[in-house]
Design a protein around this ligand. Structure first.
Ligand SMILES: NC(=O)C1=CN([C@@H]2O[C@H](COP(=O)(O)OP(=O)(O)OC[C@H]3O[C@@H](n4cnc5c(N)ncnc54)[C@H](O)[C@@H]3O)[C@@H](O)[C@H]2O)C=CC1
Ligand SMILES: CC(=O)[C@H](N)C(=O)O
Length: 342
């Protein structure tokens, strides 16, 4: 059999398996790695609403809160332990893998060897795992996969990628490896490049974290010291849109996808513009600016992200604009502070 025919037949088998799943409405069994970070818990809630509580397995290497533990299945999974991952996929009959484990941009610069292990070695493990067991695999990439040589306003889907953080380098590596496995082995690899994702959960140590921290500090203390300059423009998105993008993209039929890696975004704003919109809800707060090493990272990232290919191929469309994002965040952060003092 020629290589091309082999790839086609792997595809046909996977596509048949999935379309028969859709016809019988058998929901996929989904494993989320790195699930106790900013995105994982919300993602599990969202997907459990869609596919059923027991069909979404949340995993991480840290101990879950009682609330997370009671919310649905949770297991220990270290992405650096290949055999452990194999056992989970077999024991739980996993169909889809959502790979969230990572060290983000700012924290990655503080521990480069660990970022290499988690972001690069970990990626090697999960992609081999997905290939071995015929899983559909989703790996998020980021605006951080671009660098100072990339066009910044707008940044198209295909352009120069020369990031200057280990986080960015590891994400470009993940994108390329995933595309390679797709072409070589027919692996159903899917990847979205997210902008800064905003939610009320604590962020994991990125450059866009200010847009979350500002709500917590202003609501609790009435002031915020921002580590980026007031005019630093970055692409952003509310978590509601991010999870909807992930879910719609995961469900898109293969025939609709011209790429395995897509830019997605909702909006772009600066700290100053965000603070201006917040004043409507929280009139008396102070913001000061004290740029640190994250400024250099932000200055090398896209300012405006071009997601026209995602809009064209699988009908991506954001729903939450800046005013709605501020309204949602004020409400959600207040609720979180009341509930657990965070
Ligand atoms: N939050 C954001 O603004 C954006 C996130 N992304 C991507 O989405 C994914 C999830 O992001 P967040 O939830 O914000 O990250 P996070 O930093 O909040 O969470 C990452 C999780 O990975 C876990 N982890 C670390 N080492 C591990 C290991 N050896 N085995 C298993 N898990 C391990 C950590 O315990 C942590 O819970 C990441 O891949 C990130 O690059 C992409 C763009 C934007
Ligand atoms: C945009 C991201 O990937 C993340 N939030 C970070 O700032 O590192």
């Amino acid at each position: 059999m020629t290589l091309l025919r082999t790839i086609r037949s792997v595809f046909t088998i996977n596509a048949r398996k999935y379309s028969s799943n859709l016809q019988t409405k058998k929901p996929p069994k989904i494993l989320i790695t790195g699930g106790l970070g900013q995105l994982g818990v919300e993602c599990a809630k969202f997907l459990r609403g869609k596919y059923g509580r027991d069909n979404v397995l949340l995993s991480d290497i840290i101990k879950p809160t009682t609330e997370v533990f009671n919310d649905g299945p949770y297991i220990f999974a270290d992405i650096l332990d290949f055999k452990g991952l194999q056992k989970i996929v077999v024991d739980h009959r996993v169909d889809w893998l959502i790979h969230f484990s990572a060290l983000l941009s700012a924290i990655g610069e503080q521990n480069v060897p660990l970022a290499v292990r988690v972001n690069i070695e970990g990626m090697h493990n999960v992609i081999e795992l997905a290939k071995q067991y015929g899983l559909r695999i989703f790996v998020p990439s980021t605006i951080g996969a671009f660098g100072p040589d990339s066009p910044r306003n707008p940044t198209p889907n295909i352009t120069v990628q020369r990031p200057r953080t280990i986080y960015g380098v590891s994400k470009v590596h993940a994108e390329l490896l995933g595309e390679y496995y797709f072409y070589k082995f027919g692996l159903d690899f899917r990847c979205l490049r997210f902008p800064g994702v905003i939610s009320s959960d604590p962020p994991g140590g990125g450059t866009t974290d200010y847009a979350i921290a500002i709500f917590h500090d202003v609501i609790r203390k009435g002031r915020y010291e921002c580590y980026l300059k007031p005019d630093t423009r970055l692409p952003m998105m509310h978590v509601r849109d991010a999870l909807r993008a992930l879910s719609e993209f995961l469900e898109a039929p293969n025939e609709q996808l011209n790429r395995r890696v897509y830019n997605v975004t909702s909006m772009s704003f600066t700290p100053e513009e965000l603070a201006d919109r917040m004043v409507k809800h929280l009139p008396d707060f102070q913001i000061t600016y004290k740029p640190d090493s994250r400024q250099e990272i932000a200055d090398s990232w896209p300012q405006v992200f071009d997601d026209s290919e995602a809009r064209r191929d699988w009908n991506w469309k954001p729903q939450v604009n800046l005013d709605e994002l501020v309204t949602l965040m004020v409400k959600e952060v207040k609720e979180k502070i009341t509930a657990n003092g965070f």
